[in-house]
Ligand binder design. Structure first.
Ligand SMILES: Nc1nc2c(ncn2[C@@H]2O[C@H](COP(=O)(O)OP(=O)(O)OP(=O)(O)O)[C@@H](O)[C@H]2O)c(=O)[nH]1
Length: 552
């Protein structure tokens, strides 16, 4: 039988533990020998510094690798020996330090030191409860589940959302929701189904984004729904574009948190490997290395969302590296999070003041590591989007869309494949704004962008070119195929019903299409698509017109 992903992760974590155990046995033996030797021979008193450093490292790493008791005991010993190690560094007279060491050992430190090794036999159980298998990336095909006793409402919601390219399943009772439906990405549920808080299926909601159909607006009901993990409430009145927008937002958050890119630098190889296993199995892309001098080249190549770094790595100091990174404008906003065994808040603040963004105190649990990394990646991506994506639609802004278009133009002329550019413009949009208000007009713009995002491929480029004008680039696509896709979109968009307050209405769009390869530059192709779009407008709107190529 093939192994489950969780048991594979468990095996990897266990292997790392065993490696850590083997290595640490020898290290503890050396530690005990050097401390006793320092108590006997003044000339080896300097070894107290290395002994302190080892205890400090163990205090941070042992817990993370599953030896909590060893970590705690190492922390106690570390704190006891620190004043002596500090005196060695300050050059205090060796005889004086030796006397204090003898006193320390006689006071019970000797037994604790010898007993340290026994804690290597006390490991925490390996838990992979945090691990969820990485979802397989489908081509924008999300599965939505509707749980609604009002079957007619469920059916209309299904039909409406299917237009956006979602796979929608509809059940009239939650009991029909079986374990076999574990590919669901989002649930929409009628509030009456959430009345039985002891229902056996309820825990499934905790793992998914949840939208509740509810007409209740009172505080107590809303609070109860929020406590049951509901993310959004929509009234039962059917407003498919508004619902699709909510679905889109919740799904986008989930995808962003799953797919972050994390770079980790730590000179402790077992820890580094442990972090890598945890984050990779949590669905993140990870680049981990133990040599800080590779930092700049690895950053330039991998371009992470966040950087996790140890504070002290051999000859390199993490906060100094952070400050060095900030010399380059491109890394100014890169979130840098430090791992540290340092519990002293003043020292932590000092590190933050020197270019770090946050602190994670070692030992760090696997779940905490994964959640911190996910949240940080999500925030970093949100900020990045603010800069490059249009705030209303989440599509590329004008300038970036043009850059991508030119890139595809260069790519298709070089490789010879055919690609297409299309310009889309909403018809009589001024009337929509004038009749129903700017807010409703915005919803129409969002509806078209959501439709485009869901029905086109991940590799297609979609931008908001102007107010109610969009640009779409379809790489590796023939002109005929592009026309077919756009005509289908055109028909489905026209079937969307918008809620204009007192009345419902529909909107259409016009499109002009041009083959990128037929033009010398991306700019010329887009002008041709634009001319075709205006031919379409003159010919009565609501349809797709192909540009006549001038350089075929
Ligand atoms: N609600 C909303 N309206 C916008 C936005 N950007 C542009 N518009 C409006 O879109 C309308 C575009 O109107 P026109 O260029 O006259 O074109 P039209 O009414 O769509 O007519 P045709 O394109 O000829 O079919 C204007 O009323 C703009 O104010 C936006 O972000 N939100």
């Amino acid at each position: 039988m093939p192994e489950s992903p969780s048991s594979e992760v468990r095996k990897k974590l266990e292997t790392l533990r065993n490696r850590f155990q083997d290595k640490t046995i020898g290290e503890i033996e050396g530690l005990v020998a050097s401390i006793f030797s320092a108590s006997q021979h003044q000339e080896t008193i300097d070894e107290l510094v290395a002994a302190y450093q080892l205890l400090h490292r163990l205090a941070g790493s042992a817990g993370t690798l599953g030896f909590t008791q060893l970590g705690e005991q190492a922390r106690t010993l570390e704190l006891a020996i620190k004043p002596l190690a500090d005196q060695v560094t300050e050059g205090i007279e060796k005889h004086h330090i030796q006397l204090q060491l003898k006193e320390l050992l006689a006071g019970g430190f000797d037994k604790d030191l010898i007993g340290l090794r026994s804690f290597l036999g006390v490991a925490d159980p390996v838990s992979t409860g945090w691990h969820k298998p990485t979802p397989v990336e489908s081509d924008n095909q999300f599965v939505l589940l509707i749980l609604d006793p009002d079957q007619q409402h469920g059916h209309l919601v299904s039909q409406g959302l299917a237009l956006y390219g979602y796979e929608v399943r509809s059940l009239s009772s939650a009991e029909q929701w079986t374990d076999s439906m574990d590919d669901v990405d989002l649930v929409m549920i009628r509030d009456t189904l959430l009345q039985d808080e002891g229902a056996s299926w309820l825990p499934r909601l905790h793992k998914l984004p949840v939208i509740c159909f509810s007409e209740a607006h009172d505080f107590a009901t809303r609070y109860r729904l929020a406590r049951l993990n509901v993310d959004a409430c929509i009234d039962g009145a059917l407003d498919i574009p508004a619902l699709a927008d909510q679905v889109e937002q919740l799904l986008a958050e989930g995808v962003a948190t799953l797919s972050g890119k994390v770079m980790i630098v730590d000179d402790d190889r077992e820890l580094l490997e442990h972090y890598r296993v945890v984050l990779t199995s949590g669905g993140m892309q990870v680049r981990a290395f133990d040599d800080p001098s590779r930092l700049l080249s690895e950053l330039a190549e991998f371009r992470p969302d966040i950087l996790l770094m140890d504070v002290q790595m051999g000859q390199y100091d993490g906060p100094i590296l952070a400050r060095m990174l900030r010399f380059q404008a491109e890394w100014l906003s890169l979130p840098i999070i430090f791992f540290s065994s340092e519990a002293n808040r003043d020292l932590q603040l000092d590190v933050l003041a020197r270019g770090g963004d946050d602190f994670v105190t070692k030992p760090v649990s696997d779940e905490f590591l994964l959640r911190t990394a996910r949240i940080r990646c999500f925030r970093a991506r949100q900020l990045d989007k603010l800069v490059s994506l249009d705030s209303l639609t989440g599509l590329l802004k004008h300038a970036l869309a043009k850059t991508e278009l030119n890139r595809e133009h260069a790519r298709c002329t070089r490789s010879g494949h055919s690609s297409v550019v299309a310009m889309l413009d909403l018809d009589h949009f001024k009337q929509v704004n004038d009749s129903y208000g700017h807010g409703v007009g915005d919803m129409v713009i969002k509806a078209l962008s959501n439709l485009l995002r869901h029905r086109l491929r991940n590799t297609d480029i979609i931008g908001r070119y102007g107010g109610e004008e969009f640009v779409v680039v379809l790489p590796e696509c023939s002109l005929e195929k592009a026309v077919e896709v756009l005509e289908a979109l055109n028909q489905d968009f026209a079937r969307l019903v918008f809620n204009g307050g007192s009345e419902e209405f529909a909107v259409t769009f016009s499109a002009g299409v041009a083959a990128l390869n037929d033009y010398e530059t991306g700019e010329e192709a887009i002008d041709a698509a634009d001319r075709a779009l205006y031919q379409r407008k003159r010919a009565g709107r609501n349809g797709v017109t192909v540009a006549t190529a001038e350089h075929s």
